[in-house]
Design a protein around this ligand. Sequence first.
Ligand SMILES: [Ca+2]
Ligand SMILES: [Ca+2]
Ligand SMILES: [Ca+2]
Ligand SMILES: [Ca+2]
Length: 291
Amino acid sequence: MSMKIKKKILVIPIMVILLFVIPQQALAYDHVIDGKLDDWGLSKLYTGDWSKNDTWVPDLPGIRFVVEDNYDKDSEQYTNYVGVHIVGVSPSYTYYDEPYQEPIGEELYDIEAMYVDENDTHIFIALVVSAPSWAIGDLALNLDANTATGGYGYEFGVKLNTESGILYGIYETPTDNCWTEPVHGPAKAPATIDINNATYTGKKAIGAWVDMGVLDWNMKNYVIELAIPKTAVGMSVGQKLTDAPLPKVIRICEPCGNEDVPITIPEFMTMLIPMMSIIAIAAYVVRIRLK
Ligand SMILES: [Ca+2]
Ligand SMILES: [Ca+2]
Ligand SMILES: [Ca+2]
Ligand SMILES: [Ca+2]
């Protein structure tokens, strides 16, 4: 075996370590729940151009997110009302092709983005929304990755809609009737927690809801920032969102059905990158052996 090939073989384990270890270690920031996004690497959202992808991508690595500002670029009807549509784990992202054109009713009902992070004890969520508090649905959590458990698959919810219930209260939602259905489509159930049927756990997320001082299509935009204790939503301390069972889903939908924003963990691209890396490394090894 030549010296050159030995060096190449040595490089391969290092590449594997870089690909698999670093992204997992980079997934923990202790966020200050103050309704400000500087601790998400998103200070640029306050001054930057919202029509640019980079403005929406956290400067900190390892934060998963979906951005769906205004309509998707494939809107044929409203070509001037389009915005950034991306999904990924910072700094990586890909185009997010929204399944249908929302928000119905446009900016008043827009939810622009959801960001998700975690540490050993908490799930952190940051939402950027134009929609007023009565038009925000409740956060739905399918963390057991089982669509057969929980109402419409979502076994826990966090109250964000201000029309009923305890703001930031964590509810158990074991059956479909613990959730309301959207008043109309295209979004599907669940929409808000029906507090007459769901069970309040007695625990709340730490929350902040702040006017971010940015106008989008002449509407105010707000940041909703949450820290949800993992032990209050069926997870254990130290269990990562990327640990089994998978896939987990965190979703927000509006009571009217005008808008919904899901994050699936792991989302397709984060599975695709390691798969492509394995294929690339395998091809590399085969090439060396064939030499
Ligand atoms: Ca913050
Ligand atoms: Ca918008
Ligand atoms: Ca949207
Ligand atoms: Ca479930």
